[in-house]
Ligand binder design. Structure first.
Ligand code: C5P
Length: 253
Protein backbone atom coordinates (compact mmCIF):
# COMPACT_ATOMS: atom_id res chain seq x y z
CA UNK A 1 0.00 0.00 0.00
CA UNK A 2 1.29 3.45 -0.88
CA UNK A 3 2.57 5.43 2.09
CA UNK A 4 0.29 8.29 2.96
CA UNK A 5 1.58 11.77 3.37
CA UNK A 6 1.23 13.07 6.90
CA UNK A 7 0.03 16.69 6.87
CA UNK A 8 -0.14 17.44 10.55
CA UNK A 9 0.09 15.71 13.91
CA UNK A 10 -1.72 17.28 16.84
CA UNK A 11 -2.25 16.19 20.43
CA UNK A 12 -5.18 13.87 19.74
CA UNK A 13 -5.26 13.43 15.97
CA UNK A 14 -3.13 12.95 12.89
CA UNK A 15 -4.14 14.34 9.50
CA UNK A 16 -3.09 12.57 6.29
CA UNK A 17 -3.56 13.62 2.71
CA UNK A 18 -6.87 12.19 1.47
CA UNK A 19 -7.46 10.11 -1.68
CA UNK A 20 -8.92 13.05 -3.61
CA UNK A 21 -8.02 16.73 -3.73
CA UNK A 22 -9.80 18.63 -1.00
CA UNK A 23 -10.04 15.62 1.30
CA UNK A 24 -8.14 14.64 4.42
CA UNK A 25 -7.96 11.45 6.46
CA UNK A 26 -8.37 12.24 10.15
CA UNK A 27 -6.87 9.60 12.46
CA UNK A 28 -7.92 9.60 16.13
CA UNK A 29 -5.10 8.75 18.54
CA UNK A 30 -5.47 7.30 22.01
CA UNK A 31 -3.38 10.11 23.49
CA UNK A 32 -5.02 12.25 26.13
CA UNK A 33 -3.53 15.59 27.09
CA UNK A 34 -4.64 18.35 29.43
CA UNK A 35 -3.39 21.70 30.65
CA UNK A 36 -1.71 22.45 27.33
CA UNK A 37 -0.08 18.97 27.25
CA UNK A 38 1.47 19.27 30.74
CA UNK A 39 -0.53 16.17 31.67
CA UNK A 40 -0.38 13.24 29.25
CA UNK A 41 -1.56 9.64 29.06
CA UNK A 42 -2.49 6.98 26.56
CA UNK A 43 -6.08 5.83 27.07
CA UNK A 44 -6.47 2.68 25.03
CA UNK A 45 -9.64 2.85 22.95
CA UNK A 46 -10.24 6.59 23.28
CA UNK A 47 -9.47 7.19 19.60
CA UNK A 48 -11.98 4.55 18.52
CA UNK A 49 -14.69 6.07 20.69
CA UNK A 50 -14.03 9.64 19.56
CA UNK A 51 -13.98 8.60 15.91
CA UNK A 52 -17.46 7.10 16.32
CA UNK A 53 -18.81 9.90 18.48
CA UNK A 54 -17.55 12.66 16.19
CA UNK A 55 -19.08 10.80 13.24
CA UNK A 56 -22.38 10.60 15.12
CA UNK A 57 -22.51 14.31 15.98
CA UNK A 58 -21.29 15.56 12.60
CA UNK A 59 -23.74 13.30 10.73
CA UNK A 60 -26.61 14.55 12.90
CA UNK A 61 -25.57 18.15 12.32
CA UNK A 62 -25.45 17.50 8.58
CA UNK A 63 -28.98 16.09 8.73
CA UNK A 64 -30.31 19.33 10.21
CA UNK A 65 -28.36 21.43 7.70
CA UNK A 66 -25.37 22.50 9.78
CA UNK A 67 -22.46 22.32 7.33
CA UNK A 68 -19.45 20.37 8.56
CA UNK A 69 -16.35 18.63 7.29
CA UNK A 70 -17.43 14.99 7.77
CA UNK A 71 -17.61 12.85 4.62
CA UNK A 72 -17.48 9.23 5.84
CA UNK A 73 -15.91 6.95 8.39
CA UNK A 74 -13.16 4.81 6.92
CA UNK A 75 -12.39 2.41 9.75
CA UNK A 76 -12.22 2.18 13.54
CA UNK A 77 -9.88 5.13 13.91
CA UNK A 78 -10.13 7.11 10.71
CA UNK A 79 -12.63 9.28 8.93
CA UNK A 80 -12.55 11.09 5.62
CA UNK A 81 -13.19 14.81 5.99
CA UNK A 82 -13.14 17.91 3.81
CA UNK A 83 -9.96 19.87 3.82
CA UNK A 84 -10.53 23.36 5.24
CA UNK A 85 -8.55 26.44 6.13
CA UNK A 86 -8.93 26.46 9.89
CA UNK A 87 -9.91 29.78 11.47
CA UNK A 88 -7.37 30.16 14.30
CA UNK A 89 -10.04 30.34 17.02
CA UNK A 90 -11.44 27.93 19.55
CA UNK A 91 -15.12 28.73 19.71
CA UNK A 92 -16.51 27.86 23.14
CA UNK A 93 -20.20 27.80 24.00
CA UNK A 94 -21.24 27.63 27.64
CA UNK A 95 -24.67 26.84 29.08
CA UNK A 96 -23.53 26.37 32.68
CA UNK A 97 -20.49 27.87 34.39
CA UNK A 98 -17.50 25.51 34.66
CA UNK A 99 -13.78 25.31 34.07
CA UNK A 100 -11.95 28.49 33.20
CA UNK A 101 -15.10 30.61 33.25
CA UNK A 102 -15.81 29.63 36.84
CA UNK A 103 -12.21 30.41 37.79
CA UNK A 104 -12.05 33.67 35.89
CA UNK A 105 -15.37 35.08 37.12
CA UNK A 106 -15.73 33.32 40.47
CA UNK A 107 -18.99 31.62 39.50
CA UNK A 108 -19.69 28.25 41.10
CA UNK A 109 -19.40 25.33 38.69
CA UNK A 110 -22.82 24.15 37.54
CA UNK A 111 -24.53 27.56 37.80
CA UNK A 112 -26.92 27.90 34.89
CA UNK A 113 -26.05 30.90 32.73
CA UNK A 114 -28.81 33.38 31.80
CA UNK A 115 -28.24 32.47 28.15
CA UNK A 116 -25.61 30.57 26.16
CA UNK A 117 -22.35 32.51 26.25
CA UNK A 118 -19.94 32.26 23.33
CA UNK A 119 -16.23 32.87 23.91
CA UNK A 120 -13.29 32.91 21.53
CA UNK A 121 -9.75 31.78 22.26
CA UNK A 122 -6.83 32.38 19.92
CA UNK A 123 -5.45 29.00 18.83
CA UNK A 124 -1.81 29.10 19.89
CA UNK A 125 -0.44 26.39 22.17
CA UNK A 126 2.67 28.39 22.99
CA UNK A 127 0.41 31.09 24.47
CA UNK A 128 -2.00 28.61 26.08
CA UNK A 129 -4.90 29.54 23.74
CA UNK A 130 -5.71 32.93 25.33
CA UNK A 131 -9.24 34.31 25.50
CA UNK A 132 -9.68 37.10 22.95
CA UNK A 133 -12.42 39.55 22.04
CA UNK A 134 -14.00 40.26 18.67
CA UNK A 135 -11.89 43.44 18.64
CA UNK A 136 -8.70 41.34 18.60
CA UNK A 137 -10.16 39.04 15.96
CA UNK A 138 -11.08 41.95 13.67
CA UNK A 139 -7.92 43.98 14.29
CA UNK A 140 -5.56 41.08 13.64
CA UNK A 141 -7.59 39.86 10.68
CA UNK A 142 -8.21 36.34 12.01
CA UNK A 143 -11.79 36.48 10.75
CA UNK A 144 -13.98 39.05 9.00
CA UNK A 145 -17.22 40.45 10.41
CA UNK A 146 -19.16 38.17 8.02
CA UNK A 147 -17.10 35.20 9.25
CA UNK A 148 -17.88 36.13 12.86
CA UNK A 149 -21.61 36.35 12.14
CA UNK A 150 -21.46 32.90 10.53
CA UNK A 151 -19.33 31.46 13.35
CA UNK A 152 -21.78 32.69 16.00
CA UNK A 153 -24.71 31.24 14.10
CA UNK A 154 -22.93 27.87 13.61
CA UNK A 155 -21.92 27.75 17.29
CA UNK A 156 -25.47 28.39 18.52
CA UNK A 157 -26.96 25.86 16.12
CA UNK A 158 -24.45 23.23 17.26
CA UNK A 159 -25.34 24.12 20.85
CA UNK A 160 -29.07 23.63 20.28
CA UNK A 161 -28.51 20.34 18.49
CA UNK A 162 -26.04 18.90 20.98
CA UNK A 163 -28.02 20.07 24.01
CA UNK A 164 -31.12 18.30 22.70
CA UNK A 165 -29.34 15.10 21.73
CA UNK A 166 -27.66 14.94 25.13
CA UNK A 167 -30.78 15.87 27.10
CA UNK A 168 -32.60 12.95 25.44
CA UNK A 169 -30.10 10.51 27.00
CA UNK A 170 -29.98 12.14 30.43
CA UNK A 171 -26.82 14.19 29.89
CA UNK A 172 -26.39 17.93 30.49
CA UNK A 173 -24.30 19.77 27.91
CA UNK A 174 -22.40 22.15 30.18
CA UNK A 175 -20.10 23.58 27.51
CA UNK A 176 -18.15 22.61 24.41
CA UNK A 177 -15.59 23.83 21.93
CA UNK A 178 -15.75 23.75 18.15
CA UNK A 179 -13.39 24.80 15.43
CA UNK A 180 -14.53 26.13 12.09
CA UNK A 181 -12.85 26.20 8.73
CA UNK A 182 -13.20 27.89 5.37
CA UNK A 183 -13.97 26.03 2.17
CA UNK A 184 -13.39 27.95 -1.02
CA UNK A 185 -15.53 28.14 -4.12
CA UNK A 186 -13.88 30.51 -6.57
CA UNK A 187 -13.68 33.94 -4.99
CA UNK A 188 -16.13 33.00 -2.25
CA UNK A 189 -15.73 30.99 0.88
CA UNK A 190 -18.12 29.56 3.41
CA UNK A 191 -17.58 28.36 6.94
CA UNK A 192 -18.17 24.82 8.12
CA UNK A 193 -17.70 23.01 11.43
CA UNK A 194 -14.39 21.12 11.41
CA UNK A 195 -11.99 19.28 13.75
CA UNK A 196 -14.03 17.00 16.05
CA UNK A 197 -16.95 16.96 18.44
CA UNK A 198 -16.39 14.43 21.20
CA UNK A 199 -16.20 14.16 25.01
CA UNK A 200 -12.64 15.50 24.63
CA UNK A 201 -14.09 18.87 23.69
CA UNK A 202 -17.36 18.97 25.67
CA UNK A 203 -18.37 19.00 29.32
CA UNK A 204 -21.05 16.38 29.81
CA UNK A 205 -22.69 15.76 33.18
CA UNK A 206 -25.23 13.10 34.05
CA UNK A 207 -28.45 15.03 34.71
CA UNK A 208 -29.46 12.88 37.71
CA UNK A 209 -26.17 12.36 39.49
CA UNK A 210 -23.95 15.12 38.14
CA UNK A 211 -21.33 12.47 37.24
CA UNK A 212 -18.78 13.81 34.77
CA UNK A 213 -18.65 11.93 31.46
CA UNK A 214 -15.97 13.98 29.67
CA UNK A 215 -12.29 14.85 29.67
CA UNK A 216 -12.52 16.40 33.16
CA UNK A 217 -12.42 12.76 34.37
CA UNK A 218 -8.81 12.73 33.11
CA UNK A 219 -7.97 16.36 33.93
CA UNK A 220 -9.17 15.98 37.53
CA UNK A 221 -8.31 12.28 38.14
CA UNK A 222 -11.94 11.30 38.69
CA UNK A 223 -11.78 7.72 37.38
CA UNK A 224 -11.54 5.81 34.13
CA UNK A 225 -11.85 8.07 31.10
CA UNK A 226 -12.64 5.21 28.74
CA UNK A 227 -15.55 4.08 30.93
CA UNK A 228 -16.96 7.63 30.85
CA UNK A 229 -16.72 7.92 27.05
CA UNK A 230 -18.09 4.39 26.60
CA UNK A 231 -21.09 5.37 28.70
CA UNK A 232 -21.76 8.39 26.46
CA UNK A 233 -21.45 6.18 23.35
CA UNK A 234 -23.67 3.50 24.90
CA UNK A 235 -26.44 5.96 25.79
CA UNK A 236 -26.36 7.46 22.30
CA UNK A 237 -26.46 3.98 20.76
CA UNK A 238 -23.27 4.79 18.91
CA UNK A 239 -21.28 1.62 19.50
CA UNK A 240 -23.32 -1.24 18.02
CA UNK A 241 -23.53 -4.33 20.20
CA UNK A 242 -21.41 -6.38 17.79
CA UNK A 243 -18.55 -3.85 17.73
CA UNK A 244 -15.33 -5.54 18.78
CA UNK A 245 -14.12 -4.50 22.24
CA UNK A 246 -12.24 -1.21 22.20
CA UNK A 247 -9.36 -2.65 24.22
CA UNK A 248 -6.86 -5.08 22.81
CA UNK A 249 -7.68 -8.63 23.92
CA UNK A 250 -5.26 -10.08 26.44
CA UNK A 251 -3.11 -12.66 24.72
CA UNK A 252 -2.96 -15.96 26.55
CA UNK A 253 -0.09 -18.23 25.57
O1 C5P B 1 -11.17 24.96 29.95
P1 C5P B 1 -12.46 25.67 29.61
O2 C5P B 1 -13.41 25.74 30.76
O3 C5P B 1 -12.22 27.02 28.99
O4 C5P B 1 -13.13 24.78 28.49
C1 C5P B 1 -14.43 25.05 27.96
C2 C5P B 1 -14.82 23.90 27.04
O5 C5P B 1 -14.01 23.91 25.88
C3 C5P B 1 -14.66 22.52 27.67
O6 C5P B 1 -15.70 21.69 27.21
C4 C5P B 1 -13.33 22.03 27.14
O7 C5P B 1 -13.29 20.63 27.03
C5 C5P B 1 -13.28 22.68 25.77
N1 C5P B 1 -11.93 23.01 25.33
C6 C5P B 1 -11.32 22.25 24.35
N2 C5P B 1 -10.03 22.55 23.95
C7 C5P B 1 -9.37 23.57 24.47
C8 C5P B 1 -9.97 24.37 25.48
C9 C5P B 1 -11.26 24.05 25.88
O8 C5P B 1 -11.91 21.31 23.84
N3 C5P B 1 -8.14 23.84 24.05
Amino acid sequence: MARRKKIYEGKAKILYEGPEPGTIVQYFKDDATAFNAEKKAVIEGKGVLNNRLSEFFMTGLGQIGVPNHFIKRLNMREQLVRSVEIVPLEVIVRNYAAGTMSKRLGIEEGTQLPRPIVEYCYKDDSLGDPLVTEEHIAAFGWASQQDMDDILSLALRVNDFLSGVMMAVGIRLVDFKIEVGRVFDGDFHRLIVADEISPDSCRLWDIETGQKLDKDVFRRDLGDLKDAYTEVARRLGVMPKNTPPVTKPTLIN
